[in-house]
Design a protein around this ligand. Structure first.
Ligand code: Z5A
Length: 209
């Protein structure tokens, strides 16, 4: 069997990650590959505790937010991502390091080079084989997410913040066009679903299997 793959899903507020994860799960089930679904921040006991702090603290300094994201990521990588990949089990993570560039980088205004420094230290060569980025107009995404009962600390940010998040993701996409595949998430759910299936099938033909 070929090497286990690491696939990540990214997108800003209201992009439709929940639906996308179901589509990814169904596709991997069809392929019959062993996989675990996980998420960031979180995905591991200590990292989930850090997630609570990150999403439900009243206020956090931006640098604290960045450090906690990478602290959680280190636990997640060491205890979940790397061990599973080593056992031949694919890993699908709802968000990973691209989110730190988008949210803490362009969102919070922390230096790109600082995030690259932590990326090298914590992530190293454990980069995803494939990233699906759900690209949605921030106003559309916020409108979709508006009905949610309770917003966490980050979800309470305004439109300008989410415009910057999108710019951050598009910058990462520019740097890693082979790894990151953009999905037009402004379209209806059926179209988004088909785009995800197409990207996964194409990636599988090219290198995933
Ligand atoms: N964060 C960070 O800052 N730095 C980092 O390094 C990392 C994360 C890793 C938690 O993430 C927060 O952590 C996140 C980024 C930050 N903060 N924010 N914002 P999370 O992934 O757990 O939480 P989330 O971003 O809020 O995602 P979500 O709620 O799981 O997914 P979503 O894409 O925003 O929403 P959804 O529930 O999938 O969809 C929203 C609604 O739209 C829902 O009613 C759907 O039925 C509807 N929908 C979905 N697709 C469509 C289409 N195509 N048309 C119409 N309606 C649709």
């Amino acid at each position: 069997m070929s090497k286990a793959k690491f696939i990540t899903l990214e997108g800003s507020e209201g992009a439709g990650k929940t639906t996308a994860l179901k589509v990814m799960k169904n596709t991997l089930d069809d392929w019959g590959v062993p996989y675990v679904l996980t998420r960031e921040p979180g995905g591991e006991k200590n990292a989930e505790a850090i997630r609570k702090l990150l999403l439900h603290s009243e206020h956090l300094e931006s640098k604290t937010e960045l450090l906690l994201m990478f602290a959680a990521r280190n636990e997640h990588l060491e205890k979940v991502i790397r061990p599973n990949l080593a056992k031949g089990i694919w890993v699908v993570s709802d968000r990973f390091v691209d989110a730190s560039f988008a949210y803490q980088g362009l969102g919070r205004g922390l230096a790109w080079s600082t995030i690259e420094y932590f990326e090298e230290m914590i992530v190293g060569t454990t980069q995803p084989d494939l990233t699906l980025y759900l690209d949605v107009e921030p106003a559309t995404g916020l409108q979709r997410a508006a009905d949610r009962s309770e917003k966490d600390r980050i979800e309470k940010e305004d439109l300008a913040f989410f415009e910057n998040i999108r710019a951050g993701y598009l910058k990462r996409l520019e740097h890693f066009p082979d790894r990151i595949k953009k999905i037009n998430a402004n379209r209806d759910i059926a179209s988004v679903t088909q785009q995800i299936i197409d990207v996964l099938e194409q990636a599988r033909e090219q290198s995933l299997s």
